[in-house]
Design a protein around this ligand. Sequence first.
Ligand code: 9MR
Length: 478
Amino acid sequence: MQQHLRMLGAMLRAGAAHLTALGPTGARLAPPARHIRDATGRALVHRGMNTGNDAKGAADGMPAYPPAQIARERTLLGSSLVRLLVFWKHLEPEPGRYDRAYLDRVAALVDAYAVHGIGVILDLHQDLWVDNGPPAWAIHTDGLASVVPDAWELGYLTPGVNRAYDHFWRTNAEHPELMSHYEQAVSVLAERFRDHPGVFGYDLFNEPWPGSLPVHRFERDVLTPFYQRLIDRIRREDRDSWILVEPAALGANWGLPTRIGPFRDPRPGEPRIVYAPHFYSLPHDLRRHYRGPWKRVIDLSIRLWARTVVRDADRLGAPLLLGEYGLSFDDPGAGAFVARVQATLDDLGAGSVYWNATPADSWSPWAPDGAPGPGLDALARPYARAIPGVPVGMRAERTRRLFRLQYAAGSDPAPGASAEETVELWLPPRWYPHGVDVACSPAPEGWRWHWDAPTGSLTLHAPPVVGPRLIRVMPVPA
Ligand code: 9MR
């Protein structure tokens, strides 16, 4: 790290002419070719939470996450996006009957997030099929054992779980109606939220499991056409929201490539499909911790994942968003692991939503009463939210409270670009109790910035440049 900072100093002195992004281990990690962009062409990087695990067991299907907690999340974590769990069983409790009261509850929560400028991904969630997600009438285990053990992922090995997926994916021909019902339910969801400005997009299916099919055949022959049908259905209702596609979780969650896609987005204009894989390191799944020799193995698995998902996103022609990663903050090394994943995402200029926000959960940044918990410091890190160009990389350095953003302006089409560049950063107020200082290189006449200390939002305006730009943030000393 010291060496990199010395290099950074040298590069700055050289006038920031030939900047390169340095990954957290010193090797270059190339960002994906496409980014989520706003109407003025700025690349948007999102950070936020999955909310929340507690919704799975709630009778009304809703997480217990009051508006005050959303406000606290916005201030202390700088979230701009939430992956909100929604469930087919609440959407369509009986075949063909859609629960409008459930849609109203979801809409009220989307409104509550919108008040704080947090966009919502409506995440069609399920785990193990029998644990949460589908309505009872769509679960067919044929009397085979299906259990949800303490180590819940082992439930995937039970025959009843696999049989239930086989029925859903039409691997056997006995329940061809199930997938059609799901597609119709997603269409009803899109019809309801098509005009809602708070909705960022739809995540089509959480962690698809192939049942008895080989995973690659499943992705190619079943999941890809299924997603394409869902994309087409959503686009009949909603032309503008983003659509998030996930790989089959088996293997991809550890950093192996996916075979889904490619997909057609029938909307007019640029496609709005996001590649949204998850990351759970295999050593963590095997109950190892981020310390000792396993730390190096986990670091390698982070890099493997990063390289794989960039290739997959580029093959799909899609921006990248990490839809889930997380662990219990009771685990040794948890905070350092989260910081490491975040640093990797910073290199990629990619967004992420952490699993998960439920305060009663030891994985959450919150204590059970909703106050800051031990995980908050690891998750509350500076990031660039809106970048008027091509992100080259960003880096947050906790010890010295330094943040830097590199981007290249002028080489990427920015349709609505204005005469000035506007960069938006989020800087955790707790990092900068005495304020911030900002440097911009090159620094054309008229550049200026404003930091709103209570919310952590920093806006920087500058006349546009063609070529590399470097922005640095430093703390004002006590
Ligand atoms: O963390 C969740 C755990 O408490 C539940 O028992 C389990 C099954 O419902 O789901 C866990 O959350 C998982 C999420 O739903 C899907 N991706 C992996 C998450 C962590 O294991």
